[in-house]
Design a protein around this ligand. Structure first.
Ligand SMILES: [Zn+2]
Length: 467
């Protein structure tokens, strides 16, 4: 079997390779990738289960689109310049492994795709006035990259709460024996790499130390870089991604074609990540969720007869309705992809629709987790309204307080001087801080949302309910 570049796929027998090869062949025959198709404003690319909201920006500006992560971009760009200069004699090869640290959803996916697309591009170009090579976005390789079906760029994520060693052996160790199609470089993104089990980390470590093919692994760690096996982390070139300030996030969405008003509303509703904020901008109930949650939780703080279980139940309903709305939009996205696949003559197994179907559950789960995190943030904000919050949260919470509506603000004013059931306010504050920290941490374990909510609201009620 020959691929479009004329080289032989050596990895056909490996898991999943057939499907990717079929996709490549079918797209090639359908003439896909042979012409530049304009990308509409607000368009998104899907890589595995990740949906990139700043695609128009990436296509227009290439590496410059990563301006919101200047230091990370600088490291990757300088590696690429060295790689590009030594292309003829192979005197410099890319690191076997990178560690993209920092909170997830802050450009790690975009950085990975830019890196892989640049190296794999068939006709890379130089940006204006810089030496940094950039993807052309119109060759076949680039088009497959944008579609998330490139055989040499893999996106891995854990199937449950952890990466099991068998999964790593089968999907990473085995495949790393082979270089990319045509003997070139391959790229593997390992999402949520803090979820690698110890055995899996060790298997990966050996592969990174002695890769047989030309493979660059990118470990994306979120949210806890320290959870990565230190020996593994020390073998990686670390690239730090920082949280994106709200104003910058808003600007990124606006520049990617989102409606300015919705982009602004989404900053309050989103979870601080690119994907989550874009989702909030597209989903009305999501953007408005914070305010709604605040109204539901507020009685816990100011009404002695509030029933915490009832509050948790109403919160659950309101979370469900956001998830339902997102689900409907994913379904319509899948239907559109099915049509596009059909026009390209792709089978139901190899097209983009299938990739979207596979990732649907994970994306919904991510939305749900992001909303749960918002519930915690709302609790902190309301605690601030009552004067119960530690100093380091004050600034963050005060930005949101103003948005919670005049009723809450007025009540809060009155409450600030009234007593709470805790023995004293500093005891209360300690317990609140512990509660919110624990609630956030336990979200990483994919808990059942109703139980998680019950636990959070009941404990909150015990801490802050009025006497
Ligand atoms: Zn290209």
């Amino acid at each position: 079997v020959r691929c479009v570049t004329g080289s032989v796929f050596r990895r056909l027998r490996l898991h999943g390779a057939e499907a990717r090869c079929d996709a490549w062949m079918a797209m090639s025959e359908a003439g896909f990738g042979s012409q530049k198709t304009p990308v509409a404003a607000g368009a998104a690319a899907t890589w595995g289960s990740y949906r990139c909201p700043i695609l128009p920006l990436i296509l227009e500006r290439g590496w410059d689109s990563l301006y919101f992560q200047p230091r990370a971009a600088q490291i990757l760009e300088s590696d690429l310049v060295r790689w590009h200069k030594s292309a003829s004699d192979d005197s410099y090869i890319l690191p076997n492994a990178y560690l993209f640290s920092g909170p997830s959803g802050c450009g790690q996916e975009e950085g990975f795709v830019l890196l892989a697309a640049t190296v794999l591009c068939l006709e890379p170009r130089s940006g204006a006035g810089t030496e940094v090579p950039a993807p052309c976005w119109s060759c076949k390789s680039c088009r497959m990259m944008l579609d998330g079906t490139h055989p040499d760029a893999q996106f891995l994520e854990p199937e449950g709460n952890t990466y099991l060693v068998d999964f790593i052996r089968e999907r990473v160790v085995q495949e790393s024996k082979y270089s990319g199609t045509g003997g070139g470089q391959r790229f593997v993104l390992i999402r949520e790499s803090e979820r690698l089990s110890r055995a899996a980390s060790n298997a990966l470590l050996r592969t990174i130390e002695e890769p047989l093919g030309r493979v660059t692994f990118v470990l994306a760690a979120s949210p806890d870089r320290d959870a990565i096996l230190p020996t593994l982390a020390s073998r990686c070139r670390e690239v730090a991604f920082l949280p994106i300030p709200p104003a910058r996030l808003e600007e990124l969405l606006r520049n990617s074609g989102y409606d300015p008003e919705r982009a602004h509303a989404a900053i309050l509703g989103g979870d601080g990540t690119l994907e989550g904020t874009a989702q909030a901008a597209e989903t009305g109930s999501y953007a408005d969720f914070s305010r709604q949650a605040a109204e539901l939780i507020w009685p816990v703080f100011c009404d002695a007869s509030a029933n915490p279980m009832e509050v948790a139940g109403m919160l659950r309903e309101s979370i469900d309705s956001v998830v339902e709305e997102v689900k409907a939009s994913l379904d319509s996205e899948i239907r559109q992809a099915e049509q596009a696949d059909e026009e390209l003559g792709l089978g139901s197994e190899s097209g983009r629709a299938q990739a979207l179907r596979n990732s649907k559950h994970r994306r919904l789960r991510r939305v749900e987790t992001a909303i749960c995190r918002q519930v915690v943030t709302v609790c902190e904000t309301l605690a601030l309204a009552c004067g119960l919050v530690s100093a380091d949260l004050k600034e963050k919470a005060s930005q949101r307080l103003a948005q919670l509506g005049p009723v809450v603000a007025q009540d809060a004013e009155a409450l600030r001087s009234s007593p709470v059931s805790g023995s004293n306010s500093s005891d209360c504050l300690d317990r609140l801080t512990a509660l919110t920290r624990q609630a956030r941490n336990s979200l990483a374990l994919n808990p059942r949302v109703d139980l998680w909510l019950d636990g959070l609201v009941v404990e909150l009620y015990e801490i802050v309910s009025p006497v």
